[in-house]
Design a protein around this ligand. Structure first.
Ligand code: BES
Ligand code: ZN
Ligand code: ZN
Length: 518
């Protein structure tokens, strides 16, 4: 599908399908429609059909009818429900519904009329195209017979003629990149583990930035990782014949000294649990254990295209967690990059091991202003939040508030969890500085407390995406499978941070972050 944005006029419109969004609590008399100065042929069609009073414009109600008029072949009415209940998220969901209703139709030339500025028209365009673009995604790489009709469609947003068309087109372009970056992350996460080993992930990352002038990619192999003394990371990889890789993507916009953000994505391409092997049921889902890594690649892709003014470094430790004669074992003690010793209690708590090394490495190498890690880290966060929100853990209240705000804005929500010192006791080991698991309860918090030991007090947030990275059932604008969780969230955050740098200078970022909460 190709998207366009154009002003409408009172002149007749030629279209295969015209889509109209209607509120329940609005009087759509012909005279009111006329006042909106929408194309005349549509005003007539619409007022005639509404006169039957069959369509109540309830939220998610739709009605499709074929028109005898040659110029407008079909009209789709889509209900918005009550005016006060409509927001960006309901519009994203409506985008998905429109996508579903279009699917069986052969319409090639589609027009969606936006004539009611109930929220700014550009926000309507942004939310709708996001909903359509995310709902239109499917992962078909290994499907032999795809029954989907492959209609090349043109989808035009028709906006009031007095809107700023240049600005609107910029919004559309940006939002299409948000969709593309999210869908890139989804495709990487959806790939089966035999088609996405650490080496293949590194190759995919290289391919994604080969043409890029702004994002530079470096891949550290197992020897480099050993030379860096990342023993926790290496320990996880030991049981697999697939060698680990550390992928480093650096985005530098150039210009004056910028603030610096490091993103770290857990890249376990398959998590069998290792010696502490997982039960068989649902083990296939552990191909998604690199969803954090996929999100980082998606975000870096966005930066490459839209170039915000902030230094961003993406780091991805990639490995496979397998049982083998060479695997790490419960009771083993390893020394992490920052010199802390870790007693392995459970080899299935592997994500925190590789993140520990890379967090400490990031702190030392980059002295970042902010560090954010994304990881499908614990089953426990799924128990706490289900698949409605990503678990947010942070040692910095300003960063945390910005992430919550970015979550609300983007629809990629996060919910804060505590990091009180009392939880740290759970990680005391008899033999080493730390053990890699806590007790039975609060598992997502003790996992985050473990990570906190490796950030040296720098502003840091950990996003546990175990519940949000993929869906077992369809949800809103997502089909089953990977969702790209974290991509829309962090694109939103980075855009705000970069605007703050732009307008206020680095020192003012804290203030701007505070404002974004409101
Ligand atoms: N990759 C899993 C976490 C996970 C669970 C992701 C469900 C997605 C869905 C992680 O490596 C893991 O196995 N965590 C253990 C930790 C435990 C051994 C302390 C868990 O949560 O059960
Ligand atoms: Zn595990
Ligand atoms: Zn894991």
């Amino acid at each position: 599908m190709k998207y366009y944005i154009n002003p409408y006029s009172e002149n007749d419109l030629i279209s295969d399908l015209v889509i109209f969004l209607l509120f329940k609590d609005t009087d759509y008399q012909p005279k009111n429609l006329g006042a909106a100065k929408i194309p005349q042929n549509i005003t007539i069609e619409l007022s005639e059909s509404l006169a039957f009073n069959d369509f109540k414009a309830e939220s998610r109600e739709t009605m499709l009818f074929h028109s005898p008029a040659k110029s407008v072949r079909r009209i789709l009415l889509a209900g918005l429900g009550e005016r006060k209940s409509v927001n960006a998220e309901t519009l994203r969901e409506l985008g998905a519904l429109i996508c579903e209703k279009m699917e069986p139709l052969s319409s090639k030339n589609i027009h969606l009329i936006l004539n009611d500025p109930f929220i700014r028209i550009e926000q309507q365009v942004a939310a709708l195209v996001e909903g359509i673009g995310l709902a239109d995604y499917s992962y078909t790489e290994f499907k032999g017979d795809i029954n989907k009709p492959n209609v090349a469609r043109k989808f035009s947003f028709m906006i009031p003629p007095d809107e700023n068309l240049v600005k609107m087109r910029r919004v559309l372009k940006r939002q299409l990149q948000v969709v593309a970056s999210t869908n890139l992350a989804r495709t990487l996460a959806n790939k089966p583990a035999n088609h996405l080993t650490p080496a293949i992930l590194a190759r995919e990352a290289k391919a994604a930035f080969r043409q890029s002038k702004k994002v530079q990619l470096k891949v550290y192999d197992d020897k480099d990782i050993a030379a860096l003394k990342m023993n926790a990371f290496l320990g996880v990889a030991r049981g697999s014949s697939e060698k680990p890789k550390l992928i480093e993507a650096r985005y530098k916009p150039g210009g004056k000294k910028r603030k610096r953000l490091v993103l770290i994505g857990k890249g376990i391409t398959f998590d069998s649990g290792g010696i502490s092997i997982k039960p068989s049921a649902h083990m296939e889902e552990m191909k998604y254990d690199m969803a954090g890594a996929a999100a980082v690649i998606g975000i870096m892709k966005f930066l490459d295209k839209l170039q915000p003014k902030l230094d961003v470094i993406g780091l991805i430790p990639a490995a496979e967690n397998m049982p083998d004669a060479r695997s790490i074992k419960p009771g083993d003690v390893i020394t992490a990059f920052n010199g802390k010793t870790i007693e392995i209690i459970n080899t299935d708590a592997e994500g925190r091991l590789l993140l520990a090394d890379v967090l400490a490495f990031a702190v030392k190498k980059y002295r970042p202003d902010w560090i954010i890690d994304l990881a499908t880290l614990t089953g426990s966060v799924v128990v706490a939040l289900g698949n409605q929100a990503t678990g947010l853990f942070s040692n910095d209240s300003t960063l945390s508030a910005s992430l919550i705000a970015a979550g609300e804005d983007s629809g990629d929500r996060v919910w804060p969890m505590p990091l009180w010192p009392e939880y740290k006791k759970e990680l005391e080991s008899d033999t080493a500085d730390l053990k890699n698991v806590g007790g039975r309860y609060a598992g997502s918090i003790t996992a985050a407390k473990f990570l906190e030991e490796f950030v040296d007090g720098r502003p840091w947030a950990h996003l546990d995406i175990a519940g949000t990275a993929y869906n077992q059932k369809e949800k809103a604008y997502f089909s089953k499978t990977a969702t790209g969780a974290g991509v829309r969230l962090l694109i939103n955050l980075i855009s705000k941070l970069s605007r703050a740098v732009d307008t206020a200078g680095g020192e003012e970022i804290k203030k701007a972050e505070g404002k974004s909460m409101k």
